[in-house]
Design a protein around this ligand. Structure first.
Ligand code: CA
Length: 219
């Protein structure tokens, strides 16, 4: 299990890194909010511990970024000195799974990590299967008839959206929105290009286009 430790306090970060290691977890420590927001998108992480007062980007912003941008669900436990109910509410509303106030007992934190990982496993498989294609959201991998198929990040986003809504049409605008955070510099044929590459890799009929309706992955 890999844990992303997001904490700018040197002493606490060091102590947590050791406690996580002792508990058998592989932990990577990042101190800046903006770096954390990028690293957390890596599907290899199973859980994140998130401080709120961080340089460059506040922890709440980091959390919103993760919830908007990451396909596979990442359990996030906030670790913070902000102990007012309004702070807890803001953290939970932004998508935190748990909220632990400093100072805390490292053993209790480890127990809460175990609990979150159990719950995540209980959410069931992270694999979406449609016909001969298996998409593993956690590992961000695609298999066709059991054989791995390489996909770019953009192709994966398009494929994930269409497979999640398999059997229903998705408009080109919605596919575009899934690729980009905002409308900046969208090239008009980006979606078409991604869809055509996916078809080449997974078979022509895997994605069906209908004029005026958009795209669908038939079940
Ligand atoms: Ca801090």
């Amino acid at each position: 299990m890999r844990i992303l430790l997001i904490e700018d306090d040197e002493a606490l970060g060091q102590a947590l890194l050791e406690a996580l290691g002792d508990a058998g977890y592989v932990a990577e420590w990042v101190r800046r909010g903006d770096d954390a927001a990028e690293m957390a998108l890596d599907a290899a992480y199973d859980l994140a511990l998130l401080d709120l007062g961080l340089p460059r980007m506040d922890g709440i912003e980091v959390l919103r970024h993760i919830r908007q941008r990451r396909d596979a669900y990442l359990p996030v436990i906030i670790i913070t000195a902000r102990d007012r109910p309004a702070h807890r509410i803001a953290g939970l509303d932004a998508g935190a799974d748990d909220y632990v106030v400093k100072p805390f007992d490292p053993d209790e934190l480890i127990a809460r990590i175990r609990s979150q990982l159990r719950r995540r496993d209980g959410r069931g498989s992270n694999i979406i299967s449609v016909r001969a294609v298996d998409l593993d959201l956690a590992g961000a991998t695609v298999r066709l008839n059991g054989e791995p198929v390489a996909m770019s990040a953009r192709e994966l986003k398009v494929l994930t959206l269409l497979m999640r809504r398999a059997g229903r049409f998705v408009s080109k605008e919605d596919v575009n929105a899934a690729i980009y955070d905002d409308s900046a510099d969208i090239e008009s044929n980006t979606v078409e290009v991604a869809v055509s590459v996916i078809r080449r890799k997974l078979g022509r009929d895997f994605i069906v286009t209908a004029r005026g309706l958009g795209y669908t992955v038939p079940k």
